[in-house]
Design a protein around this ligand. Structure first.
Ligand SMILES: *Cc1c(COP(=O)(O)O)cnc(C)c1O
Length: 369
């Protein structure tokens, strides 16, 4: 495998920077002799609740589990429809399918988030919830979405897996609807050292249900009230996440600076970069441009040692797994066009200004050839 001169992400560097603290987190947990559902987990959950200004947080194995268990605890299942975005990681739709409900897509806007103006026409008597996806760490237009939800008596569950540390009109991601879901996957801005996730809610009934479900449905050692799963956030991850939560603001600040510099330096008119509106405080998990002749551009950047990645080349309604829902090409033209143009550029807190200049100038040069 070739080493890229400018890598997309840099997890090795993060380890070097945090080595002493991470190893002391591990040591502390191991020395305690308890490795499941320990106080580290409760501390982490409490800190997240405080940070996001929500009443309850439950630590889980992944963001995917948070989505699934959130839907389940909201009472969504067979025969129900959930409105969602065709632009996301596959897990968003999979969670809906796994609880037995049907995903109903609504096309996205220029910023790749669900277009609220197109939601109404998709609401039926079976619609139970709206699940917007806050893609790249930018919160969807929650005021509009909540207005529609309220008018139609629908619940809202936010896929805020990329949005720890993101705000919309000063309010934290995941707090606009009944449930907010988060991922601690290594590629998110607040990441564990492997898979991790959590869910927030103000609804005590939902919180209790998820807490029991993640632990086999047991309310005590002898009593199972509902068959659940094993999805307790690993306490080693909880300890690391708790430590990293205090660094999250700094990480996001650096990433915001990256994006601002990219925005200033990328001049090519063939490249579209969604703007950040004043009320948006983005978590900047990925930096995705929309570029003409994307595949050729990617090849050109590869040749310069610049690593890029397509997130994603296929909108969710066109996946083979979605065949059962009978969507076809042309159903969501904005999302489909974006799938042909999106390209994630190198973007992490260790990126230097020189590297950003090099990437930006390479892009400008490509379009002048
Ligand atoms: C990462 C991610 C998920 C899945 O989270 P995992 O922790 O990897 O299961 C779901 N939705 C979105 C938008 C994500 O970015």
């Amino acid at each position: 495998m070739t080493e890229f001169k400018v890598p997309l992400i840099d997890l090795k560097e993060r380890y070097q920077e945090e080595k002493d603290e991470l190893l002391s987190c591990v040591e502390r947990v191991l020395e305690s002799g308890n490795l499941v559902l320990t106080p580290e987990l409760a501390d982490f959950e409490e800190r997240v609740a405080q940070y996001t200004k929500s009443k309850h947080c439950i630590g889980l194995n992944s963001g995917t589990d948070a989505l699934m268990m959130g839907l389940h605890a909201m009472g969504i299942g067979k025969g129900d429809e959930v409105i969602t975005s065709p632009i996301s990681f596959i897990a968003t739709t999979a969670a809906i399918a796994h609880v037995g409900a049907t995903p109903v897509y609504v096309d996205v806007g220029k910023d790749q988030n669900i277009d609220p103006l197109k939601i109404n026409e998709k609401i039926t008597s079976r619609t139970k919830a709206i699940m917007p996806v806050h893609w790249t760490g930018r919160i969807s237009d929650m005021h509009e979405i909540n207005k529609i939800a309220k008018q139609n008596n629908l619940m809202v569950i936010e896929d805020s897996c990329q949005c720890m540390g993101a705000y919309y009109y000063g309010q934290h991601a995941g707090t606009f609807g009944k449930v907010g879901t988060f991922s601690g996957h290594p590629l998110k801005a607040m990441n564990a050292v492997g898979d991790a996730g959590f869910l927030i809610t103000d609804d005590k009934e939902i919180a209790d249900k998820v807490r029991v479900y993640r632990n086999h449905g047991l309310i005590d050692r002898d009593t199972c009230v509902e068959y659940g799963v094993n999805s307790r956030l690993d306490v080693l991850h909880a300890a690391v996440l708790l430590y990293r939560m205090e660094k999250l603001c700094g990480v996001i600040d650096k990433r915001r600076n990256n994006v601002n510099l990219y925005r200033e330096l990328i001049q090519a008119k063939e490249v579209f970069i969604p703007t950040c509106k004043p009320h948006e405080q983005n978590a900047f998990v990925m930096f995705i441009i929309q570029a003409k002749r994307r595949d050729k551009l990617k090849e050109f950047l590869d040749g310069r040692g610049i690593q890029t990645l397509v997130y994603y080349a296929k909108a969710l309604h066109l996946q083979p797994a979605a065949k059962q829902y009978n969507y076809k090409r042309g159903d969501f033209p904005v999302a489909e066009k974006q799938a042909d143009e999106v390209l994630a550029l190198p973007h992490h807190q260790y990126l230097t200004n020189d590297q950003i200049k090099f990437v930006s100038e390479s892009i400008n040069e490509f379009y002048q050839l």
